[in-house]
Design a binder for this molecule. Structure first.
Ligand code: GLU
Length: 482
């Protein structure tokens, strides 16, 4: 029977949301959308000790900014809730007990001391199935006597547990290699594995999409489905995203955190586009895609088996492409906070500054540093006025700056064309080369060796008054230092 596709994103609130976590959520979302299915958000917070304050809120903020909208979740009941594991704690014990009845699990009374006696030199033990075949009457007696217990999975012996992963193909593990692991702890709470399986089943998840770290424990999970007589979901495991050739991205170390990129001035849609390509490639090899286009193009065949390396330079480039493709108004809106930061309350024309920056900053966070010249004028380094190739030295620079100031003083229309024409005519009158004047003028206007635009553009964004003040200041500075 074909079931309606239901996928879920099940983050654990144990730290930041790095790019790899978000990509898992993105693929689960794309798969659901592509198949007209339902995308569910579940918060897997069984491990309260590792819970990080604010991490749940961050999951919501990140998904919202990324445009990855869930259909069901803690804030959107779809009839399968609660969607937060700590709110489901009453559920797991009864399922563990049911599994005992069904022969897929058993009570274990082994105490800490006994388990420690099984440890190897590294302090690791594999449970020796000591309680696996206890007489039911004895179990009853010990439970009635209130002895502490856990419930363990009764892994069938002598079988090979196999499944077909949508990305990695056939995965099989011999049952001899699977431990009779704990499903329900002595405090009556589930282990992570058990809660995950029970929830996926009860929430009707048809496709489990997650990182490869779960690839080899999935056969063990499947044995729980089998013991309950539940239909197994289909699995899609995703290869890891690496920081470099040997290290995976890690939320523990705050690597490649989505929100950090936003605060550096990346656009959410560009980040999402970039991470979609980390491990997946559409049939036509397109790179720049909207979320909607990705949904249409998403197919499992395009998912890679090998890990990919997170390359910030590439993401930066893609972000620049997004910025350039925006309309003037859109760009103005996203760039405004950064432009305001750059001008610090001064009276510059923000629209002119936005127009200047749109093609010149790959990420918005570069704007303040690229516009640093707006606040930067004073005792410039005099060496900057020298340009050997153009045959500019301090005295040529002085003549050029004076000429530009004189020409521009009477100019009324402060536009790029008008300034250009005016300076050009001034240079001709004064018998100077255009390049010499432009070079000297740019240094005088900005005090920087590298600027986001040439002299004319700098004059436009500075405005007439400020431009003249700067030219006159340089004139005096050069005069004094000849
Ligand atoms: N809570 C798990 C994690 O954050 C996800 C496990 C799963 O998707 O099954 O890694």
């Amino acid at each position: 029977m074909d079931r309606t596709v239901r996928t879920r994103f099940a983050p654990s609130p144990t730290g930041f949301m790095h790019i790899g976590n978000l990509r898992t959520g993105l693929y689960a979302y794309l798969f659901a959308r592509k198949n007209n299915g339902t995308f569910i958000l579940r918060i897997e917070d069984t491990d309260q000790e590792r819970k990080v304050d604010g991490a749940v809120e961050m999951v919501y903020r990140t998904l919202k900014l990324a445009g990855i909208e869930h259909d069901e979740g803690p804030d959107k009941d779809g009839g399968y809730g609660p969607y937060v594991q700590t709110e489901r704690m009453g559920i797991y014990k009864q399922y563990a007990e049911k599994l005992v009845e069904l022969g897929g699990a058993y009570y274990c009374f082994c105490d800490k001391k006994r388990l420690e006696s099984l440890e190897d030199a590294g302090g690791v033990h594999t449970y020796d199935k000591h309680c696996r075949n206890l007489d039911p009457a004895e179990v009853r007696r010990r439970l009635d006597a209130g002895e502490p217990y856990v419930i363990r999975q009764k892994v069938p012996e002598g079988v090979v547990s196999e499944y077909e992963d949508m990305v990695f193909g056939k995965i099989s593990v011999e049952s001899a290699d699977i431990e009779d692991g704990i499903l329900l702890k002595s405090d009556g709470l589930p282990t992570y594995n058990f809660a995950n399986v029970v929830d996926d089943h009860l929430m009707g998840i048809t496709h489990v999409i997650r990182g490869t770290e779960y690839l080899s424990s999935t056969p063990k999970y499947n044995l729980i489905y089998d013991a309950f007589g539940w239909e197994r979901p289909t699995y899609m495991h995703l290869p890891p995203i690496m920081k470099d050739a040997t290290r995976k991205l890690s939320k523990r170390f705050g690597d490649a955190n989505f929100e950090d990129f936003i605060s550096k001035g990346y656009l959410p849609e560009a980040i999402v586009n970039y991470i979609a390509l980390l491990g997946w490639c559409p049939k036509d090899n397109r790179e720049k895609m909207t979320l909607r286009e990705m949904t249409e193009a998403f197919d499992v065949d395009g998912i890679s088996h090998s890990s990919s390396i997170f390359d910030e330079a590439k993401m930066r480039w893609l972000n620049g492409e997004y910025l350039k493709a925006m309309s003037k108004e859109e760009y103005y809106n996203v760039a405004l906070p950064w432009i305001e930061k750059a001008i610090g309350g001064k009276n510059y024309d923000k629209a002119e500054l936005a127009a200047l920056m749109q093609t010149r900053a790959d990420i918005l966070g570069e704007i303040p540093e690229k516009l640093a010249f707006l606040n930067n004028y004073g005792e410039y380094d005099l060496d900057m006025y020298a340009h050997q190739k153009m045959k500019v030295d301090k005295s040529v620079a002085l003549a050029a700056v004076r000429l530009a100031a004189d020409a521009l003083r009477s100019l009324d229309e402060w536009s790029e064309e008008a300034i250009k024409e005016c300076v050009k005519q001034g240079a001709e009158r004064g018998g100077m080369k255009g390049g010499q004047v432009m070079f000297s003028m740019r240094v005088a206007l900005t005090g920087e060796p590298v600027t986001p635009g040439g002299a004319i553009e700098m004059a436009v964004v500075l405005g007439k008054e400020e431009s003249l003040a700067r030219l006159e200041f340089s004139e005096k500075l050069l005069e004094r230092n000849l």
